[in-house]
Design a protein around this ligand. Structure first.
Ligand SMILES: Nc1nc2c(ncn2[C@@H]2O[C@H](COP(=O)(O)OP(=O)(O)OP(=O)(O)O)[C@@H](O)[C@H]2O)c(=O)[nH]1
Length: 300
């Protein structure tokens, strides 16, 4: 078996299960998951090094119709990932009907002329008969190179999916060291942990667009001191985040602190601040400042 290595862009509508799939493949929590659409903003890459190949995954923000500046930047990132890869894994939620978001992706894929593997996700939620019907429906929409049903959540058929990816990446040497699982540095992952706790604790009240920035980081006496800034775009959101007598921010801080300690293997002291930046999602400069337009710099 020849050794192969290549880039696989995972694209799909918000909530299709991209992050869950990436985590199932990499067997480690590196992309954040939540039940809200569009929690994945940067192109988190996961790297899986196996005996036969190195699979480099580019996770993309959910493709959706751009409504604001931030939406446009997100879409641009997803598209660049699609153009630069060796093959595309288009993940769909099998329980959802074909919609305008799919139409949008389809158009893009048609113009790229790349191998496209349709990953039919959430098959645990549907009967065999319905699944068959859905597969036939999807098959008639595009000449996919392969169609692979999976359950990212239950980790079903993941090995088969890798086997399929293998066939669509080129022969070549290992591109990254074996122990490297993700190209994003720890700082980014730490901010994502805090953002995940915010989304989880505040439920629908804080939009997915909340930004978390690392202000400072220092080790003192075997303890990691972190200062992070949470940026929201309305005063009312600041109120929600802080909560009654600071109860919400405290609960976010404690939950994040616990996970950060596990991640960093040391005691962590986290300080959180909330800043209101009105309408920051519409300002390109701010988007840049928050690092949301960066695209896999290490790979380019
Ligand atoms: N039942 C079931 N649920 C799943 C499966 N895969 C993902 N989910 C759920 O679907 C929701 C969305 O999953 P994510 O992985 O966050 O989706 P995503 O596509 O990364 O979403 P964005 O970040 O918005 O792009 C979560 O609640 C997951 O638990 C699956 O195979 N079966």
């Amino acid at each position: 078996m020849e050794y192969r290595s290549g880039f696989i862009a995972i694209v799909g509508r918000p909530n299709a299960g991209k992050s869950t799939l990436l985590n199932a493949i990499l067997k480690e929590k590196i992309a954040i998951m939540s039940d809200k659409p569009n929690t994945t903003r940067n192109n988190i890459s996961g790297i899986l090094t196996k005996e036969e190949a190195q699979y480099i995954f580019v996770d993309t923000p959910g493709i959706h119709k751009p409504q604001q500046q931030l939406g446009r930047v997100l879409n641009k990132n997803a598209y660049t990932a699609m153009e630069d890869c060796d093959c595309i894994g288009w993940i769909i939620d099998v329980t959802q009907d074909f919609g305008s978001g799919d139409e949008f992706i389809l158009k893009r894929i048609q113009s790229l002329h790349k191998a496209v593997i349709l990953i039919v996700n959430k098959v645990d939620c549907i009967s065999k008969e319905d699944l068959l019907q859905r597969l036939l429906d999807w098959q008639s929409r595009y000449p996919f190179n392969e169609i692979v049903p999976v359950s990212a959540l239950k980790k079903n058929n993941i090995d088969e999916l890798l086997h399929v990816f293998y066939q669509y990446i080129p022969e070549g040497p290992q591109l990254f060291p074996e122990e490297m699982k993700c190209d994003h540095d720890l700082n980014f992952q730490m901010c994502e942990i805090v953002r995940e706790k915010i989304l989880f604790k505040t439920r629908e009240e804080i939009p997915h667009s909340v930004a978390v920035l690392l202000e400072s980081k220092e080790y003192v006496d075997n303890k990691l001191n972190l200062k992070m800034m949470i940026v929201v775009d309305r005063d009312s959101q600041k109120g929600i985040l802080i909560g009654k007598q600071g109860s919400m921010i405290r609960s976010i801080r404690l939950a994040a602190q616990k996970e950060l300690s596990k991640k960093c293997n040391c005691k962590v002291e986290l300080e959180l601040y909330v800043r209101v930046e009105k309408n920051w999602r519409n300002h390109e400069r701010k988007i840049k400042e928050f690092g949301l337009d960066e695209l896999n710099e290490d790979f380019n």
